[in-house]
Design a protein around this ligand. Structure first.
Ligand SMILES: [Zn+2]
Length: 262
């Protein structure tokens, strides 16, 4: 069965690809991906979703918080190897929303409600680099390809993306965890979470933040979840459990090779 799948994948990637879509490889992990939309299309949709979001969001007016988040964000962006992205880091003033997300093209949003959990500079560095990991590995592109093509068919998908239709923008919102205003939570898959953790650890290490601090962010987040009826949005869109925490710890030695303290 595996051999059959890889043979058909080869057929699709190398024979049909030039016509319709491209096969890509995720950074760091080298995992093969099946993505039906181009990176440029994804960036354009991400920008539209970001502008729509900013039109409704209440941004923080606290200069200290803004420069804290922006400073850490810029350090991560500097090692993300995406010079074509116009990186921006915004803070939304809402203590009740425990969430953060990043959109294609390098737009990152952090809610004030998650800052007690990220707690310090290294914790925030992991939070941001994990989100950046989802974006540079194009996890939303994978998801939107799968879901929208089921809903709309390939032709419908292309039309929706070309027009930046509300369905396509909503698809990007859901695919990248811009959940707060939508009421629809689509979690990343477990393998995407593990991949974003691994990329995130390496990015934070390259930027000079100690990757050994990353598990503490999760421990704080998971502890807050105990005995509560409502799960923090971040955990709804980024599922975490003991297994994920174990994997995160397994990746730390790899990340330490890139780490030089400031
Ligand atoms: Zn995640």
């Amino acid at each position: 069965m595996d051999r059959f799948l890889s043979a058909s994948r080869w057929l699709v990637c190398f024979l049909l690809l030039p016509i319709i879509f491209s096969c890509t490889t995720a950074p760091i992990s080298g995992r093969s991906q099946f993505i039906l939309i181009s990176e440029d299309q994804e960036i354009a949709l991400g920008l539209k979703a970001y502008q729509d979001f900013l039109g409704k969001a209440k941004l923080s007016q606290d200069a200290k918080t803004n420069s804290f988040v922006e400073g850490v964000g810029k350090n991560i962006a500097a090692v993300a190897d995406k010079p074509q992205y116009a990186w921006e880091f915004k803070v939304v003033d809402d203590a009740k929303v425990v969430n953060a997300f990043a959109l294609p093209g390098g737009k990152v949003v952090v809610y004030t409600g998650i800052l007690p959990y990220s707690k310090d500079e290294a914790g925030l560095a992991f939070l941001i680099s994990h989100e950046v990991g989802h974006v540079i590995a194009r996890h939303g592109g994978e998801r939107i390809s799968r879901e929208l093509v089921l809903q709309l068919g390939l032709e419908g998908l292309n039309a929706a993306i070309a027009n930046k239709s509300p369905a396509a923008v909503q698809g990007i919102n859901q695919a990248y965890g811009v959940a707060a205003t939508l009421g629809v939570l689509l979690p990343f898959t477990r393998s995407q979470e593990v991949e974003a953790d691994r990329i995130g650890l390496i990015l934070m290490a390259k930027a000079g933040y100690d990757p050994r601090e990353a598990p503490k962010f999760f421990e704080r987040m998971m502890k807050s979840d105990e005995g509560k009826t409502s799960v923090p949005e971040f955990l709804s869109t980024h599922p975490a459990d003991e297994t994920r925490l174990l994997r995160l710890n397994e990746f730390i030695p790899e990340a330490m090779k890139y780490y030089q303290s400031k």
